[in-house]
Design a protein around this ligand. Structure first.
Ligand SMILES: [Fe+2]
Ligand SMILES: [Fe+2]
Length: 297
């Protein structure tokens, strides 16, 4: 069904779930109950992993938006144009709400989160833009398409019962569930822009190859550095045991296999059917009795 929708979308036919829906939403972190320092209860590396990802999302997602906008004038298909508008809207709101959480995390003392929080006229932003402009636009877009497969794969895993059972701050869980759901809604937009503008498969696959090799080790190192900045996290045996648990647990075990499918020639993100999962979580979060209806602005 999803594959049919993708074909329909590519042929310019709209279906009700073709367009990512932009939801204006507001999360209230630390209200009324203050957040615990290790807000993924008792799990030091998982708390720092969530904090680092939340820190990296706003600048990362702004870069994804820029990569797609560079090709905006080449998008002739009206359906794809509307899907791109939905993608940009969703990623913008994700950035806003993660910034909101990041401010809280900085107050709680996560210095690496502060590192990612920079203004648009800051030196760090200018350095990022310089790097971005050195990369060919098609490679930048291929990077976004690959990153979207990465986030959609993590989103699917986040919705596993075993993950949902992990106790943590309820508002952080709400943010993660909302973000994951919308990542599934727009998972193929950047990919379809890449195809629409006729870019080669070898670049798309090569960029994922680089990301496949580097991302997990890089994130692991950054999480360990983040833990080193946290005196309450200096419990080496506990950290090692919990880190091993993350690698053997539902978030990471088998992740590389799921990422590899992207490197098959001819692969499309909608080949991984997430329709039922998405329907379930749309109802769960934004149906009539949805858990996050009261969060909408
Ligand atoms: Fe996002
Ligand atoms: Fe995304």
């Amino acid at each position: 069904m999803v594959a049919q929708q993708a074909v329909a979308a590519r042929n310019g036919e709209a279906s009700p779930s073709t367009y990512p829906k932009v939801r204006r939403i507001r999360f209230r972190f630390g209200e009324p109950t203050p957040m615990n320092r290790h807000f993924v209860e008792g799990n030091i590396p998982l708390t720092h992993l969530v904090a680092i990802l939340s820190g990296a999302f706003p600048p990362g997602e702004e870069s994804f938006i820029r990569s797609v906008r560079k090709f905006a004038d080449q998008i002739t298909d009206p359906v794809l144009k509307k899907r791109v508008a939905g993608f940009i809207g969703q990623e913008s709101v994700h950035g806003q709400e993660h910034r909101h959480l990041n401010e809280k995390l900085i107050d709680m003392g996560f210095p690496l989160v502060r590192f990612f929080m920079f203004d648009h006229d800051s030196r760090r932003q200018r350095a990022l833009m310089r790097i971005e402009n050195m990369v060919p636009a098609k490679v930048h877009l291929a990077f976004t398409a690959a990153a979207e497969h990465y986030t959609a794969t993590l989103a699917e895993r986040l919705f596993l019962d075993e993950m949902q059972a992990i106790p943590g701050d309820p508002e952080v869980w709400n943010l993660l569930n909302w973000h994951a759901m919308e990542e599934l809604e727009h998972k193929s937009v950047a990919f379809d822009v890449y195809r629409h503008v006729g870019r080669p498969e070898w670049i798309r696959i090569g960029v994922m190859g680089i990301m496949y090799v580097l991302t997990l080790p890089l994130v692991t190192v950054v999480v360990m550095v983040s833990i080193a900045t946290d005196p309450r996290g200096w419990r080496p045996f506990k950290v090692l045991r919990q880190t091993y648990g993350i690698f053997r647990g539902p978030l990471v075990k088998g992740l590389m296999r799921d990422l590899r499918v992207y490197m098959k020639p001819g692969f499309h993100p909608d080949d991984v059917d997430t329709t039922a999962l998405l329907d379930k979580w749309r109802k769960e979060l934004f149906g009539t009795q949805g858990a996050l209806v009261g969060h909408l602005k």
